[in-house]
Design a protein around this ligand. Structure first.
Ligand code: SAM
Length: 340
């Protein structure tokens, strides 16, 4: 039985964070020295994730994206992929990764039944990569994308967060490199999500600015028809190359948002900007039946009216969403805990 929220939005797309740990420290996501990690005992086992996934599936979810933290730092991830890929109700199983460990795992993930992979890639310059992420891993990321293509992933996507003064001079080189892999690149506006403590309005390169840089280099850019609830607007160059822009900061798409997020410790967030999540781990571990879990999910979703990004747009003074002290007190407010 598919359910809808108060704005008529279906429960369609579930992002499952499999770990809050990450092997990079991207300046737009994890700029701090120290983090408070989720207690290990709270992290859901694969079977628990599978059980919850089935309950979500019975309410209309038919697309799952595995994320994190860095999902490939979770031990034995292909086993979870295999477990989820067998679900008959699942139409799309994707993963977002920073690519550092992809070379080692691409084939196993493909063989386990993962449909699609998206790799975050913000720069092609090794020194800049090191400054932006605090690790000298660009080579491994690039080899990881090569390996994904070799393993048979046909619809590879690249996600690039564009930040003024950091990588806004690489929009065209990244687009060219994506073409080489046959990958579709999506340029993401820098978002003031939890954890982005260095965010400022001045550092956001808007959708318009991104499109201008591309039109300056390639000439005409054709807008493609919208694809359901997908966050990216898609465009085509004269040579047929397709790319996307995710304008979450200047032109958010809350009205079409069918996404929700499950953290690695089983808290369910109905909006990326929400301050509270619903604890599903507790009832799950206390023996709730599928029907009881369904009732819990249905009650929360049918009450949902979140429009977090649109509300942020209405603010006159816009600064990082959450202060450092609050992030230390509640790691669930972090983007890396919530899963991007
Ligand atoms: N570690 C994986 C990765 O790097 O793709 C998955 C988790 S990461 C939190 C998911 C996505 O969130 C990445 O594509 C990242 O670029 C994006 N992200 C994180 N902080 C962001 C911010 N402040 N603005 C826009 N996108 C952000």
């Amino acid at each position: 039985m598919a359910i809808t929220d108060r704005l008529g939005r279906p429960l369609g797309n579930l992002r499952i964070s499999v770990t809050d740990r990450c092997n990079l420290r991207c300046a737009y996501c994890m700029p701090e020295r120290d983090y408070v990690w989720l207690p290990r005992a709270d992290i859901l086992h694969f079977e628990e994730i599978g059980r919850l996934a089935d309950v979500f599936g019975s309410l209309g979810v038919d697309r799952i994206r595995l994320t994190g933290g860095e999902p490939l730092t979770r031990q034995d991830l292909p086993r979870l992929v295999q477990l989820l890929a067998r679900k008959p109700w699942l139409r799309d199983l994707a993963m977002t990764t920073n690519g550092v460990l992809l070379e080692a795992h691409a084939q196993a993930l493909h063989d386990a039944g993962l449909h699609r992979v998206t790799v975050s890639l913000d720069t092609l310059l090794p020194e800049r990569f090191r400054e932006l992420t605090r690790f000298d891993e660009l080579g491994r990321v690039l080899r990881g994308i090569d390996a994904a293509a070799r393993a048979g992933f046909s619809a590879i996507k690249l996600d690039t967060v564009v930040i003024r003064g950091v990588n806004d001079d690489e929009i065209v080189p990244l687009l060219e490199r994506a073409k080489g892999w046959g990958a579709e690149i999506r340029f993401i506006e820098y978002m003031d999500v939890g954890g982005a403590t260095l965010w400022s309005r001045e550092r956001v390169v808007s959708r318009q600015g991104i499109l201008r840089a591309i039109a300056d280099a390639y000439g005409e850019v054709e807008a493609l028809p919208a694809e359901g609830s997908a966050p990216a607007e898609r465009f085509r160059l004269v040579d047929g190359t397709v790319f996307g822009v995710i304008a979450s900061t200047t032109a958010p798409f809350c009205r079409a948002c069918d996404r929700s997020r499950l953290t690695a410790d089983g808290l369910w967030y109905l909006c990326l900007y929400a301050t509270q999540g619903l604890d599903l781990r507790k009832p799950l571990r206390e023996g709730a039946s599928d029907e009881q879990l369904k009732t819990l999910l249905t009650g929360a979703w049918t009450f949902r009216a979140d429009r977090g990004a649109e509300e942020r747009l209405g603010l006159r003074e816009r600064a990082p969403l959450v202060g450092k002290a609050d992030l230390q007190n509640d790691p669930h407010l972090e983007m890396h805990t919530r899963g991007g």
